[in-house]
Design a protein around this ligand. Structure first.
Ligand code: FDA
Length: 304
């Protein structure tokens, strides 16, 4: 119930405008937000590197007002790629196609993402958004991948369609970041029960791991904090004789830091997704909805 309310709040423009204006609300976000600027996020990435954790950065923001904003996002990311190179950090970037204009013009979105992929010395990642964007995202991804092998895509285990989508992608040798899915989806497109989402996650992990064990170049990236999913991935890797480093884990900044450190110390490849920017409200509400216990944490910060 609380989770649904938070997901509703994540789409409310009035709340998104008002709440971030309060200093106490901003204070409560610090645990999961790497910063409001790229520099702050890269400072955190640099700190994490000291603990053998690599990074992925992403600029927060959704629902663009027009094409010019998409051009602005492209310029921002081109600058971000330069800063990452200058600071010599093992940091990749992950982008939302709607931030590059997907709701306005698919061809121009394609051009922008290709400019980014061409400018990036490291693999570029594409986030997966709400179910209404999946077809267009897959189309754009396949075209970018054809020109820039190594480009990665996020897939969500809560969608019924993902097994078929992954089967269709595997012959193209894709790098896939598998996650459970963070949007409020109807039951006609997504599993509603956690048990079913988890079962799908394990099945998809198996497909990715097998493709890698059979010689695939695409990186299987297991994006979860769920210790059961992490355990299943390690079990599958053992069965398939897939060595540490041939598959990766990805987790969100600030969430279960103990597990992140434990896996990295155990020799696993762990990438931390650092989100930054001033438009953090909808994203932050989705993080709270994932784990209502976080609301308690936020309330404690507010009364301090
Ligand atoms: P689940 O939600 O089942 O939680 C399992 C356990 O993990 C919890 O019991 C708790 O211990 C811990 N946990 C999970 N979330 C927590 C939180 N917010 N705070 C504290 N503890 C928490 N989604 C999407 O739709 N598109 C995308 O592109 C991405 N990209 C992405 C990248 C990366 C690197 C990650 C890790 C996640 C995403 N996501 C995403 C979000 C993803 O879909 C999902 O909502 C979250 O990862 C939470 O799901 P878990 O697999 O962690 O498990």
């Amino acid at each position: 119930m609380l989770g649904k309310a938070l997901l509703w709040a994540s789409t409310n423009p009035l709340l998104a405008e008002r709440l971030p204006q309060y200093a106490f609300v901003r204070r409560a976000t610090r645990r999961f937000l790497a910063g409001e600027t790229l520099d702050e996020a890269l400072d955190e990435a640099s700190r994490l590197a000291g603990a053998s954790l690599t990074g992925t950065t992403t600029l927060l923001g959704e629902d663009l007002a027009g094409e010019e904003e998409a051009d602005g996002v492209l310029e921002h990311y081109l600058g971000a790629l330069k800063s990452i190179d200058e600071r010599d950090l093992d940091v990749e970037i992950s982008v939302k196609l709607t931030q590059l204009g997907l709701d306005f013009d698919t061809d121009r979105t394609q051009e922008r993402i290709e400019r980014l992929a061409a400018a990036s010395a490291r693999p570029l990642w594409i986030d997966m958004e709400g179910s209404g964007h999946v077809d267009a995202t897959l189309d754009v991804y396949k075209s970018v991948l054809a020109k820039h092998p190594g480009t990665g895509l996020c897939l969500q285990s809560y969608l019924y369609r993902t097994t078929d989508d992954l089967e269709a992608l595997l012959p193209l040798d894709p790098s896939i970041r598998l996650v459970k899915g963070a949007y409020n989806e109807p039951v006609d497109v997504a599993y509603a029960k956690k048990g079913e989402v988890d079962q799908s996650f394990v099945r998809l992990t198996g497909m990715l791991m097998r493709a890698r064990a059979e010689g695939g170049e695409g990186r299987p990236v297991i994006g979860t904090h769920d210790p059961r999913m992490v355990g299943e991935a390690n079990r599958l890797a053992y069965e398939l004789s897939l060595k540490k480093g041939r598959y990766e884990f990805a987790m969100l900044y600030g969430i279960d830091r103990a597990q992140q450190g434990r896996l990295a110390r155990g020799g696993h490849a762990v990438r931390v997704l650092l989100s930054y920017g001033s438009s953090w409200f909808p994203w932050y509400m989705r993080r709270l909805a994932e784990r209502p216990a976080n609301v308690l944490f936020v309330l404690k910060q507010l009364v301090r």
